[in-house]
Design a protein around this ligand. Sequence first.
Ligand SMILES: N[C@@H](CCC(=O)N[C@@H](CS)C(=O)NCC(=O)O)C(=O)O
Length: 220
Amino acid sequence: MTTVMSITLYGFWRSIASFRVRTALKLKGMSFTEIPIDILTGAQFSPDFDAINTGHAVPALVHDGVTLLQSLPIMEYLDEIAPAHPLLPKAAVDRAYARALALVTVADSHPLMVPRVRKYVGETLKADPAAVDAWARHWTIEGLGTYERLLTRRPPAPFAVGDTPGLADICIAGHMLGAFFFKVDTAPFPIVTGLAARCWARPAFAESHPLRQPGAPKAA
Ligand SMILES: N[C@@H](CCC(=O)N[C@@H](CS)C(=O)NCC(=O)O)C(=O)O
């Protein structure tokens, strides 16, 4: 008897955290349906979405009726239930390194530039739009610098932790999306840029790109 898995991803075209989960699903060859939640118009606060994630953020993933939250544990969950294309390396020390690379953006940089933070900095702290942009660019550049230094010490081979793209690469490619959205010059970060280019050459990454999702602007 074959068990049919039902996976629904609640995401949004521009969401970097949704990109992470979408890419993980595609790398692992898992089929899923994506339901867009327009976080730019406040759909994350609707009662319907509150029932799914009362944290009012995407992504959320529903697997056979069970809801999972936060991109990092969702990716690790997928890795645990589906053995194809492991996202984490075998050695414990390499897994710790992959998670450390992931958290540079997931924990340290990306949370500082999500819509609710930019809205608070702009509307409540009265920073003008240029200052809000400068804020987002600053934390993006900080993350890029950290990645460049880490990847200088342990060069990609050719991906961050080995010869296939995994959790760390997904998170680094997602960080590069932030650089793209906030118009950050990535030339000073050649190792990160090279790693990201290798990621974009893979269909799972390219197909997950925000600009290829429904609702994305046609010409960007
Ligand atoms: N740490 C969370 C981040 C979730 C998050 O902040 N998602 C953003 C989009 S990338 C969001 O939905 N923001 C809604 C808002 O800021 O109001 C994760 O990795 O899943």
